[in-house]
Design a protein around this ligand. Structure first.
Ligand code: FAQ
Length: 317
């Protein structure tokens, strides 16, 4: 029996309201599918582009222990990108198309990765703040309504916790070191603080997708709720380090039970999102170069798999 779109949409919303996961082969509104392709692929691209600022420091890590930990972290990020591309593919888009969108600058990825990592302390600040912000956002996504995305997020969150601790431990070491090292840590916090707050996206009033995404339980919390949660968790961590967050308006608000904080520079945020941040061009260039340099690997892998399938057909007949 044919059902009307209205009927199917009502059934779909009822499933979401009952807390059921939606799976790849289930009926879903076209906009739900497209929203997920958009969000999951932006997330995947963020992981892949996010390898670049840290990759830059692998050869310059100050000890073997730091190098091994950083290598493992960057490798995890590649893995996260791959799970997420796979989750996006379940919605009917090919990986080639997703890469094409990234390489041509059509796809968005997190604004944060368009800032440069200029000192070793930035490895601490990225792990502490960027992974810290990513975790706050991603823990809610383990309960997102689309099954393949939610399941990918469970493992990703476990690894992100290790990343966050890796970064915070670098910050602790620097803050317990020489005056110069502590100054490096403060400088990294000064530069990464505001961009980290921008990771949560525009304010709820300005967010295009939040309302519908909350209804479909794609998002379980709004951009502003998550940003506030991040600030409330992070300030005591900065105090423990003996560092100061670069926000003169930051103040505990007893009545709200939250920190008040200063105005985010939204002009800077949109500039970075639109491709005019400090490193946007460099990041896209690096990804395109990696894609071009990897062509022979993809061709060899394809030739090998064709050879394998011919062999298995030959053996079967
Ligand atoms: N940067 O209506 P909303 C990581 C765009 S992973 C760039 O609020 P939505 C791991 C947004 O796409 C970090 N663009 O959008 C790691 C939309 O544009 P569109 C990434 C942004 O989707 C750590 C427009 O603005 N995490 O860090 C940003 O409901 C260390 C309107 O915004 C994820 O992707 C931004 N910051 O909420 C790796 C998590 N914010 O598409 C290496 C999954 C917003 O209409 C090292 N994503 N925009 O053209 C999400 O939870 C959501 O997509 C939000 C944005 C919360 C990011």
């Amino acid at each position: 029996m044919e059902h009307s779109i209205e009927y199917l949409e009502k059934q779909f919303q009822d499933r979401i309201d009952r807390g059921e996961n939606i799976e790849a082969k289930d009926w879903m509104p076209e906009k739900y599918r497209k929203t997920h392709i958009r969000q999951i692929s932006q997330h995947a691209h963020s992981e892949i582009v996010g390898m670049l600022p840290e990759g830059n420091w692998i050869t310059r890590a100050p000890s073997l222990r730091r190098k091994v930990a950083l290598l493992a972290k960057v490798q995890d990020e590649a893995g996260h990108g791959l799970y997420l591309y796979s989750a996006a593919e379940t919605l009917g888009i090919s990986r080639d198309e997703l890469f094409h969108q990234l390489h041509t600058g059509k796809a968005k990825y997190s604004s944060i990765f368009n800032y440069p990592a200029v000192t070793w302390a930035d490895m601490g600040a990225i792990g502490w703040l960027v992974d810290g912000a990513a975790i706050i956002n991603q823990v809610m996504l383990t309960r997102t309504s689309y099954g393949p995305y939610a399941r990918a997020m469970v493992r990703i969150c476990k690894e992100e916790s290790f990343h966050q601790r890796q970064g915070y431990e670098i910050m602790i070491t620097l803050c317990n070191g020489t005056e110069e090292q502590k100054a490096m840590a403060q400088d990294a916090l000064n530069r990464w603080w505001w961009p980290s707050l921008m990771m949560f996206g525009p304010t709820d009033a300005e967010s295009t997708h939040t309302e519908q995404s909350m209804k479909w339980k794609i998002k379980r919390k709004t951009n502003d709720e998550l940003r506030q949660q991040f600030i409330d968790i992070t300030i005591p961590q900065a105090e423990f380090l003996g560092l100061t967050v670069p926000d003169p308006d930051l103040k505990w608000n007893e009545e709200r039970g939250h920190y008040d904080f200063g105005e985010i520079d939204w002009t800077e945020f949109w500039q970075v999102v639109k491709g005019f941040g400090p490193c946007n061009k460099e990041r896209l260039k690096a990804r395109n170069k990696a894609w071009d340099n990897g062509a022979w690997v993809r061709e060899a892998a394809l030739a090998y798999s064709e050879k394998q399938s011919k062999e298995s057909i030959r053996k079967a007949v």
